[in-house]
Design a protein around this ligand. Structure first.
Ligand SMILES: Cc1cc2nc3c(=O)[nH]c(=O)nc-3n(C[C@H](O)[C@H](O)[C@H](O)COP(=O)(O)OP(=O)(O)OC[C@H]3O[C@@H](n4cnc5c(N)ncnc54)[C@H](O)[C@@H]3O)c2cc1C
Length: 248
């Protein structure tokens, strides 16, 4: 376990998962004076970009948590996005008319967003217990008993009045509670890469190219020297022409 804090025996709210959802909840509860504990199975926060855009409404909520200013300072303000079918624009969505204190699409890597959330939680006296994985949950009045294991293999029980499952796509919490995740996704090939270019297209330009074999690609600057590229290919039996989404 790479945290210096001991696992508590009990808490009001056990938050499983220190991604954006878990940390936003953790800060919200801390600001309200609610006792909470955050665990995450990863030894350290992820460093890849993942989500690269933050919407105006999200920034409005983050303002309540005193996180929006540093995040806006750290990102780039996108004016909107456009969707295209091959070479033709289908729709352009400008953000400068959005009725919000944040009339833009903020371009920022998820690792940066998470760093600001972690810092704010720490300012409030919180700390994430990393390298701690939820194994199972059993009801125990007035809440649940959560069995967790740390990276050293030690198994512990944390009693919590509430357990918040913020543990992502393959949620152990959802699994333990028998909560389904119905729905289906169309088969598609999709790749994202963040690449550093010493010299890239100018800010505001909209680089887009199409490869007839692999579908299409598009790109956008997401930091001073970093560009994000998307490659998207529909499954061969899905014949609609490839489309692209680009920032404007
Ligand atoms: C390559 C990539 C690109 C993406 N691009 C975009 C994008 O452009 N726009 C967009 O909106 N979204 C994008 N996403 C999706 C975005 O990253 C997720 O929507 C977001 O991370 C979800 O946040 P979350 O807090 O719900 O869950 P997560 O970020 O998945 O966090 C869940 C946390 O729970 C922890 N955890 C899981 N199980 C346990 C357990 N049993 N015990 C303890 N901890 C556990 C995990 O370690 C993880 O840290 C992308 C994702 C990837 C992988």
């Amino acid at each position: 376990m790479n945290n210096k804090h001991q696992l508590p025996k009990s808490t009001d709210v056990l938050i499983v998962g220190a991604g954006p959802a878990g940390m936003t909840l953790a800060i919200s509860l801390k600001q309200l004076g609610v006792d909470c504990v955050v665990i995450d199975q990863l030894p350290s926060p992820p460093e890849d970009t993942r989500a690269a855009f933050v919407q105006p409404r999200t920034l409005e909520y983050l303002r309540r948590l005193h996180v929006s200013d540093p995040i806006v300072d750290d990102g780039l303000k996108g004016r909107g996005f456009a969707m295209a079918d091959r070479e033709h624009d289908l729709i352009r969505v400008p953000y400068d008319t959005v009725d919000s204190p944040y009339p833009f699409l903020l371009i920022i890597g998820q690792w940066q967003t998470q760093r600001h959330l972690d810092q704010r939680f720490a300012e409030l006296g919180g700390s994430v217990l990393r390298g701690v994985r939820l194994l199972n949950l059993v009801p125990e009045f007035p809440g649940s008993a959560a069995t967790v294991v740390d990276s050293g293999g030690a198994v512990r029980v944390i009693n919590a009045r509430f357990v918040a499952g913020c543990d992502g796509l393959h949620s152990r919490v959802r699994d333990q509670l028998g909560i389904g995740f119905p729905g289906s996704s169309p088969a598609q090939m999709f790749a994202v890469a963040d690449v550093k270019l010493p010299v890239g297209p100018p800010i505001g330009s909209n680089p887009r190219s199409r490869c007839p074999r692999t579908g299409c690609s598009s790109g956008r600057r997401c930091q001073e020297t970093t560009w994000r590229g998307w490659w998207h290919r529909r499954h061969p039996e899905h014949v609609p022409p490839p489309s692209t989404t680009s920032m404007i």
